[in-house]
Design a protein around this ligand. Sequence first.
Ligand SMILES: [Zn+2]
Length: 120
Amino acid sequence: MHELSLMTSVLETVRQGALDNDIKQVKKVKLVIGKLSQALPDSLQFAFGVLSQDEMFRGAVLEIEEKDIICLCPDCQNQFAVQDDYSFICPNCQGLKVEIISGRELYIDYFEGDLTDGTD
Ligand SMILES: [Zn+2]
């Protein structure tokens, strides 16, 4: 399952970042995924639930922001969001050779957590 391996690497990245920043307990992870990234938010939430059982991630929340697919038409410079019908045709000039400029992203926006105790 694509999302499980994806979430494994997301959690590893967050874990490393947390260790680097003396964070003991991660509270929240925010992911940004484009609608073309082929990662389903429901499946990611499921994978997060399965994989976030250890001490560092217990009780953590996964927030997912979905980015629209944005295209640019090189003929008329029109920028438009592709709707759910996945029609990659410029609505302005009906051009077919549009460039996808957003929608494939998949990255960790940020994460939050509690610092290690005893930092005094
Ligand atoms: Zn156009």
